[in-house]
Design a protein around this ligand. Structure first.
Ligand SMILES: [Zn+2]
Length: 403
């Protein structure tokens, strides 16, 4: 019997070893983009992605702003190029689009159609290559034929389905639920600061610190729309809040302005008519997030257009305003504010008819000093404390009303 027991022990040890080997092989084999190059030819720009292994792909063009999107199986890219500009291409962005699909977006200087996509096997020390040839095209042709033309590998990528991540249902948790929405993410970097700070990274740091502060109080339930670097469509952000039956939705952003001298935090709530031209411009820029990420606006008619408000939305909007007023007050005690803040505009991310929603622009990363300040953890804590104290006051008043 002892002999047999030993046999079983050896067998399970071998199984464990095999499993370990399989796991490490899998880790080693995670596909990656190794390099990206641009080749300029008369009437054509060639984009070459070098891959560690062959991947299924999908390539298509999108207008306004003009882009070419290359979807791949989920891949790593240790160092996407900071500058990728030549021929018809003005910039390259890369990020996780949905789980299982990574996205490369080529921003175009001028309309350019995808002439062909080639897969080349490893050769002469080069890895697997995906070659995308772009050819000059008229703006009118770009809008019609170029955009309709989707090219795919024989082995298809799964269709893009933006599924709602299952926000946990509140099980007998009667505490108010706060949803924290870190703006942008993944393939959409948001605004870029004077010294290169990306809005998506900055607001994620603020969101995490805020979530930590709220959780530590034990008084509220916290749901984050994202806690990593991923793309989330605007309508999905407030759908997460609705699914979580949230009592407050706070979207965090950082601002830019071409002048470089404007600074200060600002607070926004939804309205049909913008309070001023600047608020309208900020809403227009933030509403572009879906387009920047490569979501085709054609499938969401009117989503970023005029905001139509129903009666049910009036109560929600009043609560949004109540919180915004307190947030401005608390922020004003601690940090510099943009003049006349608490403004109104048609922000797509604030459109939930049931969840009071506020958008906070933490400051201007186009202002050199403010960009530096916003990266400072002490400043971050001041902002977090202001948002938290405003939450406390807001719900104290709610509870007093409801008694
Ligand atoms: Zn933003």
């Amino acid at each position: 019997m002892p002999c047999r027991k030993q046999g079983v022990g050896l067998k399970s040890l071998m199984l464990a070893l095999l499993l370990l080997m399989a796991l490490s092989l899998e880790a080693a084999a995670r596909p990656a983009i190794l390099d990206a190059r641009l080749g300029i030819h008369p009437g054509m720009t060639r984009v070459v992605l070098e891959l560690s292994e062959a991947s299924a792909w999908r390539v298509f063009a999108l207008p306004e702003p003009n882009r070419v999107v290359i979807d791949l199986q989920e891949v790593d890219w240790i160092g996407p190029p900071e500058r990728f500009s030549a021929g018809y291409v003005s910039a390259l962005r890369f990020g996780l689009f949905t789980p299982g699909i990574s996205r490369v977006v080529l921003d175009l200087k001028q309309p350019a159609a995808v002439r062909q996509v080639l897969e080349l096997p490893p050769h002469d020390g080069r890895g697997h290559r995906l070659v995308v040839d772009l050819e000059e095209t008229a703006a009118s042709d770009f809008r019609t034929s170029a955009v309709a033309n989707i090219q795919e590998s024989a082995r298809r990528l799964p269709p893009i389905e933006i599924a709602l991540p299952g926000a946990p249902a509140p099980p007998r948790d009667r505490r108010p639920t706060i949803v924290i929405d870190a703006g942008h993410g993944g393939v959409d970097p948001g605004a870029i600061g004077v010294s290169g700070t990306k809005e998506k990274d900055l607001v994620l740091a603020y969101s995490r610190a805020l979530a930590e502060k709220i959780r530590a109080s034990g008084r509220f339930r916290v749901v984050m729309t994202r806690d990593d670097d991923r793309f989330i469509p605007l309508r999905q952000r407030f759908a997460i809040a609705e699914q979580a039956k949230a009592d407050l939705f706070i979207s965090l952003h950082a601002n830019t302005n071409p002048s470089g001298s404007i600074r200060g935090a600002s607070v926004y709530t939804l309205s049909e008519e913008a309070s001023d031209a600047e608020a309208a411009a900020i809403a227009a820029r933030e509403n572009k997030a879906d387009a920047i990420g490569g979501l085709d606006l054609a499938v969401q008619p009117g989503e970023v257009g005029r905001v139509l408000l129903g009666l049910a939305q009036r109560d929600t909007m009043n609560l949004s305003k109540t919180y915004a007023v307190m947030l401005v007050d608390e922020l004003g005690k601690r940090v510099e504010l943009l003049r006349n803040t608490h403004r109104f505009a048609g922000f797509a991310v604030l459109k939930s008819p049931t969840v009071p929603s506020v958008l906070l622009e933490i400051g201007y990363i186009s202002h050199r000093d403010e960009e530096r300040q916003l990266r400072d953890p002490t400043h971050r804590q001041r902002v977090v404390d202001a948002v938290f104290d405003a939450i406390s006051r807001h719900f104290e008043i709610q509870q007093a009303w409801n008694q």
